[in-house]
Design a protein around this ligand. Structure first.
Ligand code: FMN
Ligand code: SF4
Length: 752
């Protein structure tokens, strides 16, 4: 197997990145004013007003049934354009209907916007381009030749057609399903479609096209020997398909139309999985990925064919935490990759056909103005791409320009609102910005209330603070009751580990919001104050919002009250609690349990292991987020026991019942996703109940068995008629995620 030294170094550093030169980022403004970020750049015939590119994010379900961009999509992009970004890119827009069978759902529908339907859809694109232009932003459309093996294999059932790929490759979702080899004829058809889509984009006043050549999508499946093992025909040369597409676009759009190409410098599969690549059937075929050297050569040929600008990252679906770096990955994770390409192009004197240098765009958790500016000043890249940071805060560029960094809402890397929402059937949104992708419905200015009210908010977690902010903007006066001495609720424990720096920054942001609200004179924040029914009732509030969070579950298990048993949230806040213990059993393999194990292993050199009753560790968590944690837990030899129940806790051990059936899934599988529960996989093998009792050595036991809503106060307030209107939101309503809490708080508060 080939290994690229640089890729290996990077991949090896992503577990304890803080020991490998990556800083814990903050919204500081040491480098303000951001002279490099806010300088123009030329791409072929157009000039972009600054160095900020909005990263492509699938506009899934943001179009009407024909694929025409709808009001949701238009307003969503308008908000980002008005926020000051120089170049906006759309999410992936397929151009291979009829060829890539995975694009179509039952009823011949698709959730993707389309540009391949001529006049039926053009109006939406024309409007979108003009909306961006009016705000001073340029707009590129991202064209994708398709999904191939990473598309939904349900086409096998709904259309009786196999999914397709470059060669006979296993489906990413269900590896038992083969994706069949596309013919040269089909690929040539896609090349023609690319030219037509680009010509239509140009005619629609779209400023450039952007090829979706990374992450193991179909374009990369054909242009990477890991997936393209064809021996015969035009596309046995893995570079040919990409080059043909670029040439066709040039032929249709002329020399001056900008073409951008997204590429990963390496799939980083061998470097990620090492010997597992040899042992795992569904990975084995992919061992011959493009080396850095091959990728650079391919990029040179793409430039000769007509590419003007690249952005570069690492990885693919099978190590999804690379192209979709989650909360636990370092900020600026791919800057070294961009720098490498930039240096190579400079040394080899590669220029675009326009005569200009080929700008290299850096991507990957760059949403911190100092970091973004520094990456430009240090010549690591020519532009910075911000994807999720612009979901969290569309006004990021304007705020950075004005030096209002503390007002920037930081992305927390959870991928709950963005990726997971559409994976589960919705459209992209954001956990920390409830307006994102609802701009068509929720005006930016919060409308004033007709009747000004005196409102009590119980709990100063994200739901309570979001609600208080909206209520005060509506003209109400608010009193927050918080039983802790600080704000933050559940986020407090969730912000302590090094890999949770996103939450730590969000907490700083929420404190800033609270301080601003206090300065209006309309907010009273009562810390160390437990809300009691009689006190609340006596104050005659017009309205009450109960956002009193959740409490830790504790089940009646023998030994659970022993002195060596702790709650994970307490350990996260005060790791000293377990300083005298080494082997630590973490009971509960959800986010809290696994992240606690991660912190104990990586920051405190302990030997944790994780016990989880469910079939999967970190079930219902975004595949990228769980992949990173699980992979690097394995790298640190942290043992994961799924389908394992805790029976008894002792002083030096834990007694468990473990299912040892052969169909219990390998808990370390990160190269395939867990299918959503509403997807019926006829090929799934269900484990039988084959539990055996085991006693595992453990000095201490940490409980992460989930939480339950703190809703009693709400029902007591209702029973006592404590105010004319009483509402229950956040974890106190249903223990869920930040996303659900802020979304409910924002909507409810707008209606009071
Ligand atoms: C919700 C979501 C959708 C995405 N869709 C696309 C896409 O359509 N095309 C693409 O090339 N990358 C896509 N990406 C990857 C992003 O463009 C970007 O590379 C990644 O989020 C890392 O950048 P960031 O840290 O600035 O978010 C998507 C990411 C997210 C979060
Ligand atoms: S949902 Fe989470 S990861 Fe996605 S943009 Fe919002 S804060 Fe960032």
């Amino acid at each position: 197997m080939k290994f690229d030294k640089k890729v290996q170094e990077l991949v090896d550093s992503y577990g304890d990145w803080w020991n490998h030169g990556f800083d814990i980022p903050k919204m500081t403004k040491k480098l303000y004013p951001y002279t490099h970020l806010f300088s123009p750049i030329k791409i072929n015939s157009i000039t972009i007003k600054n160095r900020i590119v909005m990263g492509p994010m699938g506009n899934i379900n943001m179009c009407d049934e024909t694929g025409r961009p709808n009001a949701k999509m238009l307003k969503y992009f308008e908000a980002r354009a008005a926020g000051g970004v120089g170049l906006i890119t759309s999410g992936l827009i397929p151009i291979s209907y009829g060829i890539d069978k995975s694009l179509i759902e039952l009823g011949d529908l698709t959730y993707f916007p389309r540009i391949d339907r001529s006049r039926t859809v053009f109006a939406g694109w024309r409007d979108l381009a003009e909306i961006c232009h009016a705000q001073g932003a340029k707009f590129f459309i991202q064209l994708t030749p398709g999904l191939g093996r990473v598309g939904n294999p349900q086409c096998l059932i709904t259309q009786k057609k196999f999914p397709r790929s470059a060669s006979n490759n296993p489906s990413w979702y269900i590896p038992q399903i083969p994706c069949l080899r596309l013919s040269d004829h089909s690929l040539k058809k896609i090349v023609k479609n690319a030219g037509q889509a680009a010509a239509d984009a140009k005619a629609s006043n779209i400023d450039g096209v952007y090829l979706h050549g990374h992450e193991g999508y179909l374009l990369e499946q054909i242009t990477n020997p890991a997936f393209n093992r064809r021996k015969l025909g035009r596309y046995a040369n893995y570079e040919q398909f990409g080059i043909d597409i670029i040439k066709e676009i040039r032929k249709r759009c002329g020399a001056k139309y900008p073409i951008m190409y997204r590429i990963d410098l390496s799939l980083a599969l061998n470097e990620t999985y090492k010997d597992t690549m040899n042992k795992t059937k569904s990975l084995k075929k992919f061992r011959n990925g493009r080396s850095i050297e091959q990728t650079l050569k391919y990029m040179e040929h793409l430039v000769e064919a007509g590419v003007d600008i690249f952005d570069v990252d690492l990885g693919c679906y099978d190590n999804w935490w690379l192209p979709h770096p989650p909360s636990s990955m370092p900020a600026g994770c791919f800057l070294e990759i961009a720098k490498m390409v930039k240096e190579h192009f400079a040394t080899a004197k590669i220029k675009a056909n326009s005569g200009l240098e080929v700008p290299i765009v850096g991507v990957g958790k760059l949403g911190y103005p100092d970091l973004a500016e520094k990456s430009l000043r240090d010549n690591k890249c020519d532009m910075v791409m911000l994807a999720r940071p612009l979901l969290a805060d569309p006004d990021w560029p304007n705020k950075a320009y004005r030096g209002e960094n503390e007002d920037i809402i930081p992305c927390i890397g959870c991928q709950e609102g963005c990726l997971n929402e559409f994976v589960e059937g919705g459209h992209p949104q954001c956990a920390v910005n409830p307006r994102t992708a609802f701009e068509e419905e929720l005006s930016k200015e919060i409308p004033p209330a007709d009747i000004k009210k005196k409102v009590a908010v119980i709990g100063a977690g994200p739901a309570g603070i979001t609600a208080a902010e909206v209520l005060i903007k509506r003209g109400h006066t608010v009193t927050i009751f918080e039983k802790n001495k600080v704000i933050g609720g559940q986020l407090l424990a969730g912000s302590k580990a090094k890999i949770k720096y996103g939450i730590a920054n969000y907490l700083i942001y929420l404190e800033h919001v609270v301080n601003k609200l206090k300065a209006t004179g309309k907010l009273t924040l009562l810390l160390n104050t437990e809300a009691k029914v009689e006190n609340i009732k006596a104050e005659n509030f017009d309205s009450i919002i109960v956002s009193s969070g959740a409490h830790n579950n504790k089940f009646p298990i023998k030994g659970i009250d022993n002195k060596n048993v702790f709650f994970a949230v307490d350990v996260l806040i005060n790791p000293q609690l377990v300083k005298n213990y080494n082997k630590i059993a973490v009971v509960g393999g959800g986010v809290v349990g696994t992240e606690t194990a991660y912190m104990l292993a990586y920051e405190f050199n302990k030997q944790p292991f994780v016990i989880e009753m469910d079939k999967y560790i970190m079930n219902h968590v975004c595949t990228a987020n769980r992949g990173h944690i699980i992979h690097y837990l394995q790298e640190k030899d942290v043992k994961l026991y799924n389908m394992t129940r805790c029976l008894e806790m002792k002083e030096h051990s834990i007694v468990v019942a473990q299912n040892i059936d052969k169909n219990v899934p390998n808990p370390y599988i990160t190269w395939n996703p867990i299918l959503p529960e509403n997807v019926n996989n006829p090929l799934a093998k269900n484990p039988k109940d084959k539990y055996v009792t085991k006693e595992l050595e453990a000095d201490a036991i940490v409980l992460a068995m989930g939480v339950s809503p703190n809703c009693k106060l709400y029902y007591d307030l209702v029973a006592a008629n404590a105010a004319p209107e009483i509402n229950l939101i956040g974890d106190a309503f249903k223990s869920a995620k930040v996303h659900q809490a802020t979304r409910a708080a924002y909507r409810k508060a707008r209606s009071i």
